[in-house]
Every structure is written in structure tokens, then in C-alpha cells.
Design a protein around this ligand. Structure first.
Ligand code: NAD
Length: 476
């Protein structure tokens, strides 16, 4: 079995142990693979002091030098990608092939934002003779960032990349269940020569850490990825201190399959994508609204493909879907399936936990679930899709938009007219036509409605980490 990294706090450029720790479990076996330290109040205060020092240095470091350090760290992460992928599979459960792809994706976030560091242009506003108005973008200050457990390396990478490219310092609280990805990031930046205090990594009791960090006047941005409920709570806390937030929250992505599209091709593509990361993806395609004329072949192709996906330990060659990351998800899925069954939904495949050690649930496809079934409103965050027939594009779009979420939405069609309607009318921060990819480093990613606020990636990504300052200069 691969080795799991020694996991410590990283504060002021040095690694430190903590008195208390929590176990890190391998979800494929439910056995302990490591331990994560619990930061004390004193550790958090040290991280704040270090981040203040780090900000003073980094905000005055030339963008080209900042980009150089970020690119050096990304190169180290690429060199270490096999070791990092093994860590991710051990702590999260996903297949090694997916873990490898996640590491590369995290590197792409760093590489893109390193480029953007060189392009945070201001502007000169045309003005009357004798006065000059100049707009500049300055780093906002210390960022308190909270990353979740579903992508242990690429989720922290998003936040660290944005902060460091902009000239901010950051205190990152990564997920306690999957701390290893963030530890590898901190190691890479340490080895790449990042000045002490610019990046600080802590773990512990999430509510204690957010409750202590967010009210600090020094913290000038709260960046969070996770559930809508926690995002709203942290946004309220930040609002009390007039601190801006960047919130990437939950989704419940609809997919509209039009009658002009090959139902078998769409069904196979959809089932494959749905089961990526065992469905624990905020953009995971979940509610399928399929034109009634192709509903039967689509549902069959989807269910057959889902049922054929090999489920197992992510370290085993041939595994295409691993366990869920924690037992909470298995319980949640079981409850959603039971409720849908009670309300008359059909189970086309799956629906059960697997009788083996670890947190395994079958790839699951439900059909004809009524709109009031819990699964039609609550994000399953697991390997579960629902396929429902619709009579028209109008009906599909209305149902797609009926939930308070709006992160990703998808459509399958060859018709330019349908594609245009889907692109314009689906209420989501990201609409994809004929592909179930919702975000890459060079495009802005984020939600509307309850799915959050702000964008990561693209040319928009650094804007949250900077403030806009107008300078009026009378040429006296
Ligand atoms: P949860 O709501 O308890 O926690 C979600 C995340 O928020 C975790 O990473 C957790 O450590 C963190 N968190 C919780 N309370 C916090 C606090 N007071 N301060 C700071 N951080 C806090 O749920 P969970 O069981 O861990 O995950 C399940 C749900 O979370 C899913 O249904 C999904 O909606 C959501 N989720 C979304 C994403 C995403 O990418 N948007 C990622 C992971 C989880």
C-alpha cells in the first residue's frame, strides 16, 4: 500500500504538530491511514500573524516573481503527481486514474492564474486636461479559505492559486477528512521558495476555525467551497464584519436531452460522467429531462452503462468508481432512494449500499420520480441520477429552472435553435451543450441563486482577490 504523508500544520513557513489529532480513514476499507492535527487558538493566532507578515512581503513582490514561484510549485506538483494521486486515492477513495487527472487539473489552475498575475491591468480614464484618473487593482489582503473533501488537491489549488497570483496571503483550512492534497500543495510551495507566511495551512474543528478567523479585521476575503447551508452561515458571519465572500456552493444540475439527439450516445456519455468521483461533484449531472420520444432508449442506455461500471477500491486496476468519501453520504443516498421509492419512482439499476467494508453504494438510476420526491430537490452528491420524460423543450427548461440552485446545467441537441434557447434560458453560471464538462482553468466558474456568489478561473477569477482603487491626480 502507498505511504500516506505525515500531516502537520504549516504556519509561517514551518511545519508544526498539534496536541490533538483526528484520524484519516481510507473510505475503501474504513481503516485509518493517517492523522490530521487539530489547530489550537494559539496556532490560529500564529497563522494570522504570519499571514500579516506574508502579505507585507508578497503584495510588494513583482507579479513576474510571483508567477515564477507559482509555476515552480506547479512543476514540482507535476513531478510528484504519482505520489499525490496515491495520497488522494487513499484518503478519498476515487480511482487512481481520476486522482491523477485531478492533480493535473490542480496544476492547470496554478498555471492559468500565474499567467493572470501578469495581466491584472488597470486603466487610465480619459479626462479633462490637468487631471488624470487611474484605476489600479491591489491585492485585497489576507484570505481565509475553506476547501472541501471531494477534490482534495484541485479544490485547495483553486483558492491558493487565486490568492497567491493576486499578491494576497492565505490561511487555508482544508478538509479534515482529506488533508493530504493540501499538504502536498504546501510542500511544493515551500520547496519552490514561497516566502514564509504567504501560505498557511490549518485543520481542526471547522466551526471553531471559521468562527475565529472570519471576524478578524485582517481577513479581507472569505473563500468557501461546500454546501449551501454552510456557505450561507459563513456569508452571514462575514457580513457582520463587511468582509466580502467568494462562495462556490451546491448544485443539482439538470440535463435537457432534446428529441434530435442520439439517445444511446447521450445515455452512455451521461452515465459515465455521472459516476465520475462517485457523483460527489457540485456540477454532477443529476436531473435528466428527456424528450418523451427518445426517453425509452435513453433510459435503457444510461442504466445499462451505469450497471456495467466496475466499483471497487480505487487502488485496484480496473476500478472505475470508488467508494463514497464518508459514511454520511451512504446514509444520505439510502434515505433519498427510500423516499423516492415510497413516492412511486422506479429503480432502473442500483439503489443499495454494497455489503463489504468501506462506504460503497451502487451506481443508481431512478426514473419517473415525482417533483416532490426529496431527490428531485436535494443534491444527492453521490452516484445517483434521475431520468424523467418531458413533452416539450418549454417543459424541460421550466423544470430545470425550478430549483433554487444554479451552478451547472447541460443540454444535448444538434439544433442551433434549441441550443440557443438552452444557453440563454437555463439559469446557471455554467451551461454546456453536448458536453458534460462544466469548467476548465481558462473559463470562469461559479453559480447563481443558492449555488453561490463569485467566479473562480478565467480572467474573472482574480477579481475577487483584488480591490479596485481609483487615483485622481491633479497635475499641479
Ligand atoms: P457539510 O455541510 O457538513 O460540510 C460541507 C463542507 O463545509 C465540509 O468541507 C466541511 O468541513 C465544511 N464546514 C462545515 N461547517 C463549517 C463551518 N462552520 N465553517 C467552515 N467550514 C465548515 O456537509 P458534508 O457532509 O461534509 O458534505 C455534504 C454536502 O456538502 C453535499 O451534499 C454537498 O452539497 C456539499 N459539498 C459541496 C461541495 C462543492 O464542491 N460545492 C463539496 C463538498 C461538499
Amino acid at each position: 500500500m502507498p505511504l500516506y504523508p505525515d500531516t502537520q500544520l504549516y504556519i509561517g513557513g514551518a511545519w508544526r504538530a498539534a496536541r490533538d489529532s483526528l484520524p484519516v480513514l481510507n473510505p475503501a476499507t474504513a481503516q485509518q491511514v493517517g492523522a490530521v492535527p487539530v489547530a489550537s487558538r494559539a496556532d490560529l493566532d500564529d497563522a494570522l500573524a504570519a499571514a500579516a507578515d506574508g502579505f507585507r512581503i508578497w503584495s510588494r513582490t513583482a507579479p513576474a516573481r510571483r508567477a515564477d514561484v507559482i509555476l515552480r510549485a506547479a512543476r514540482l506538483l507535476r513531478e510528484r503527481s504519482e505520489e499525490i494521486a496515491e495520497t488522494i486515492t487513499l484518503e478519498h477513495g476515487k480511482p487512481l486514474t481520476e486522482a491523477r487527472a485531478e492533480v493535473i487539473r490542480g496544476c492547470e489552475f496554478f498555471e492559468w492564474d500565474a499567467g493572470e498575475a501578469l495581466r491584472t491591468y488597470g486603466r487610465v480614464i480619459p479626462s479633462a486636461p490637468g487631471i488624470r484618473y487611474v484605476v489600479i487593482h491591489q491585492p485585497v489582503g489576507t484570505v481565509a479559505a475553506f476547501s472541501p473533501w471531494n477534490f482534495p488537491m484541485s479544490q485547495p489549488a483553486r483558492k491558493v492559486a487565486g490568492a497567491l497570483a493576486s499578491g494576497c496571503s492565505i490561511i487555508l483550512k482544508a478538509a479534515e477528512e482529506t488533508p493530504g492534497g493540501a499538504v502536498h500543495i504546501a510542500r511544493a510551495f515551500h520547496d519552490a521558495g514561497l516566502p514564509p507566511g504567504v501560505l498557511n495551512l490549518v485543520f481542526g474543528v471547522p466551526a471553531d476555525i471559521s468562527g475565529h478567523l472570519i471576524p478578524q479585521p485582517q481577513v479581507r476575503l472569505v473563500a468557501f467551497t461546500g454546501s449551501t447551508a454552510v456557505g450561507k452561515h459563513l456569508s452571514e458571519l462575514a457580513a457582520r464584519h463587511m468582509t466580502p465572500v467568494l462562495m462556490e456552493l451546491g448544485g443539482h444540475a439538470p440535463v435537457v436531452v432534446c428529441d434530435d439527439f442520439d439517445p444511446v450516445a447521450a445515455g452512455v456519455t451521461s452515465a459515465t460522467r455521472k459516476m465520475r468521483n462517485a457523483g460527489q461533484v457540485c456540477t454532477s449531472p443529476t436531473r435528466f429531462y428527456v424528450h418523451e420520444s427518445i426517453y425509452g432508449p435513453f433510459a435503457k442506455a444510461f442504466a445499462d452503462k451505469a450497471a456495467s461500471i466496475p466499483v471497487g477500491d480505487g487502488l485496484d486496476a480496473g476500478t472505475q468508481m470508488g467508494p463514497l468519501a464518508n459514511p454520511r453520504r451512504v446514509d444520505a443516498l439510502e434515505a433519498l432512494v427510500a423516499d423516492a421509492r415510497r413516492r412511486g419512482a422506479k429503480v432502473l439499476t442500483g439503489g443499495e449500499r454494497l455489503d463489504r467494508p468501506g462506504y460503497f453504494f451502487q451506481p443508481t438510476v431512478l426514473a419517473e420520480a415525482p417533483d416532490d420526491a426529496r431527490v428531485m430537490r436535494e443534491e444527492p452528491f453521490g452516484p445517483l441520477a434521475i431520468i424523467n420524460p418531458v413533452a416539450s423543450l418549454d417543459e424541460a427548461i421550466a423544470k430545470a429552472n425550478a430549483l433554487p440552485f444554479g451552478l451547472a446545467a447541460y443540454g444535448f441537441t444538434h439544433s442551433a435553435r434549441n441550443a440557443d434557447r438552452l444557453a440563454e434560458e437555463l439559469e446557471a453560471g455554467n451551461v454546456s451543450i453536448n458536453t458534460l464538462e462544466a469548467s476548465v482553468a481558462e473559463t470562469p466558474f461559479g453559480g447563481v441563486k443558492d449555488s453561490g456568489y463569485g467566479r473562480e478561473g478565467g480572467v474573472e477569477g482574480l477579481s475577487h482577490y483584488t480591490i479596485v482603487k481609483n487615483i485622481s491626480h491633479l497635475l499641479a
